[in-house]
Design a binder for this molecule. Structure first.
Ligand SMILES: *Cc1c(COP(=O)(O)O)cnc(C)c1O
Length: 365
């Protein structure tokens, strides 16, 4: 694709493939498909440090072009698909993969077909896939059914699979670990991350491992992954037939990268835990109200996981902790409005009257 002169781009982040070309399977001839993904903020979270006694940082992946970390993998997957001559990519999705695949396919001028579980994906994600001209089909089954069919189609028809079972996705996603090591000068002691298919858990472990091999990092973080209690196959040690959770992005009963995730856990002295939906929503609220970062429910499980492990006494004082928060809160905004009794917050209505508004705001003494 067209690239402006190096001078013109010297202050602009160029997307993960160009930024990390020497650490990915690309050449000068690779037709890079990028929307400028990666280079996301790594922010201190003083409110969480105070609550836990640890030194807590948040990797804000909602700041990617389509609002989730999926873009890091999708730039690689669509680039490699185009390099191999693909005209159509296909994926199964709980929402964010479909939004990302449709956007990158649109940018590349190819077609994206996406299979999503009927009625189970957030409105923001559905509208993204449609907006980017994805061919979106709602399958009358769950995510795991969608992935089975997507794999079937890729094996038997001229379509290219861009789910995280595609190694190009994992390769692109490992760059988030590179960015963390670059920002801090080393890997953290603990890394907390949501787990659905466990592709991202696998990708970070690979990124850190490569940084250690390259001499950029001196240690492997303990990788702590979290699933929703109603959808926790890895924690329970068996597939969940009918996974249920409000965290729709991780509503997966039979993770594609299950085996890889178990070996990554063993390699990193890691951990998999399960968190109830009410704790996920509580953590989402803490992150938005006390840190200023709005994430979708699945992402908040990193925060809930930290609070749970900290209460369990597992996180030493002063430990460097990084939480990956995977997707933007605007993807699935309804949960932020929900009150404890299940009704929605109703913003106060006031007349056009300064004195009365001052009184309502508690400004008048
Ligand atoms: C895809 C996704 C996940 C789960 O990632 P896996 O690689 O499938 O484990 C978590 N959170 C969000 C917001 C996602 O879109």
């Amino acid at each position: 694709m067209n690239q402006p002169s190096p001078k013109a781009t010297s202050r602009q982040w160029r997307g993960v493939i160009r930024e990390y070309a020497d650490r990915l399977d690309v050449t000068d001839a690779t037709p890079v498909v990028t929307l400028g993904e990666g280079g996301t903020p790594l922010l201190p979270a003083p409110a969480l440090s105070r609550r836990t006694g640890a030194d807590v940082w948040v990797k804000y992946e909602g700041m990617n072009p389509t609002g989730s970390f999926k873009d890091r993998g999708m730039t690689m997957a669509v680039t490699k698909a185009v390099e191999r001559g693909a005209k159509v990519v296909i994926c199964a999705s709980t929402g964010n993969t479909s939004a990302s695949a449709a956007a990158y396919a649109a940018h590349a001028g190819i077609k994206a077909a996406v299979l999503v579980p009927e009625g189970k994906i957030a409105m923001g994600k559905l509208s993204q896939a449609i907006a980017h001209n994805g061919e979106l089909l709602q399958v009358q089954g769950n995510f795991d059914d969608c992935l089975d069919i997507a794999r079937d189609l890729a094996a038997n028809y001229p379509v290219h699979l861009v789910n995280s079972v595609n190694n190009d996705r994992i390769e692109g996603q490992k760059t988030a670990a590179f960015e963390i090591v670059e920002a801090h000068g080393d890997a953290p002691d603990f890394h907390f991350i949501p787990v659905g298919n466990a592709g991202n858990y696998t990708a970070y472990t690979r990124g850190y491992r490569e940084d250690i091999a390259a001499g950029n990092a001196t240690r492997m973080p303990r990788m702590f992954g979290f699933q929703a209690s109603g959808s926790a196959p890895i924690v329970r040690g068996e597939p969940v037939k009918h996974p249920e959770t409000i965290a729709s992005a991780i509503r997966i009963g039979n993770p594609a990268s299950w085996e890889l995730a178990l070996s990554a856990r063993d390699e990193t002295d890691g951990y998999f835990g399960a968190i109830d939906d009410d704790k996920i929503l509580e953590a989402q609220r803490i992150l938005s109200a006390e840190v200023g970062i709005f994430v979708e429910p699945a992402s908040a499980i990193s925060v809930a996981g930290l609070l749970e492990r900290s209460a369990a006494g597992v996180i030493p004082a002063g430990a460097r902790v990084v939480l990956t928060v995977t997707g933007h809160g605007l993807k699935d905004p309804q949960w932020a409005l929900r009150t404890a009794d299940g009704s929605d917050v109703q913003p106060t209505i006031v007349p056009v009257d300064t004195a009365q508004i001052a009184a309502v705001l508690g400004l008048a003494s």
